[in-house]
Design a protein around this ligand. Structure first.
Ligand code: SIN
Length: 288
């Protein structure tokens, strides 16, 4: 069966059919998939029946997988610490701590010096309606700015601070865990315009979830332009709203996209995703 790529929106995203991710994949097929990934930024593979080993094997084709050895184990797969559950199901009789992950536009781990290259979700339960994820194309976000602003942003760095994001979940996370996470994630600097290492294209690399100010400027001085960039980067025509189906495997490129997990459903309706992520390059540095 040959590979078919069907676009999901003008801005980004495509469904790949004609491939069974449970089977060993040739270099030729994988190269076609990576080419499609570079072009569409998010790929979705429908109706995949994978065991965890096969899921890990597929994710590993994209690079070294993130392992969560240090984190609370309730959400980690006992044999595959690369796999993390994003769920609203109760865990050990307690409300899930991952039930509201990603409720602000962000790109994974941009608050570290080594943000994630890619993230995968394997959808196992989805509410009857809702539970969608939105994505935006950060190449287009940059390319649709005026040239004068592009030139100015090309020279700037910005602060990405996990504390900003934590303040949104602080109401239900244990204070000790919050303090430990803050300590483990000091603010970092990243270029505002990131050059993708594989495509050479420029992407606007700021997000409402964690970007707090431009390097060398105060929050007050940065606020107006940052608000404009946050709003501009998620203009509807730059985005895709993905409606998940059970057994979808999705993989997106964090170097040129933002995403947002919508709270468009009731927590009485189960949503369960198995998340994995691929480590990226070291491109930032800790704020001194
Ligand atoms: C995330 O932000 O990584 C979670 C995305 C989702 O659950 O839709």
């Amino acid at each position: 069966m040959s590979l078919t790529i069907t676009k999901l929106s003008h801005a980004l995203g495509a469904v790949v059919s004609g491939v069974d991710l449970a089977q060993p994949m040739s270099e030729v097929v994988f190269e076609k998939i990576t080419q499609a990934w570079r072009e569409h930024l998010l790929l979705v593979f429908r109706d995949q029946q994978l065991d965890f080993k096969q899921y890990v094997a597929f994710g590993s084709r994209f690079g070294e997988l993130e392992r969560h050895l240090h984190q609370a184990s309730d959400y980690l797969h006992p044999e595959h610490p690369e796999i993390y559950s994003i769920t609203n199901r109760e865990m050990n009789g307690k409300p899930s701590e991952t039930r509201d992950v990603g409720r602000e536009w962000h790109t994974d781990k941009s608050y570290t010096v080594r943000p994630l290259k890619a993230t995968l979700l394997y959808c196992k339960q989805i509410p009857e309606a809702g539970g969608d994820t939105m994505f935006t194309n950060l190449y287009y976000a940059y390319e649709t700015l005026s040239p004068a602003l592009q030139s100015m942003l090309d020279e700037l760095w910005a602060v990405h601070d996990f504390s900003k994001r934590l303040s949104n979940v602080a109401t239900y996370l244990d204070p000790e865990k919050i303090a430990a996470r803050r300590k483990a994630s000091p603010p970092v600097h990243h270029r505002v315009v990131r050059i993708h290492p594989e495509t050479g294209r420029k992407a606007l690399y700021v997000s409402k979830a964690v970007t707090t100010r431009f390097q060398g400027m105060t929050k007050a001085e940065s606020e107006g332009l940052l608000s404009h960039l946050f709003e501009h980067s998620v203009r509807p025509e730059l985005t895709l709203r993905h409606r998940w189906q059970v057994n979808d495997v999705g993989i997106w490129d964090n170097r040129c996209t933002l995403h947002l997990a919508l709270k468009d459903f009731e927590h009485t309706s189960a949503r369960h995703m198995y998340r994995m992520a691929v480590l990226g390059d070291t491109v930032g540095h800790v704020v001194q």
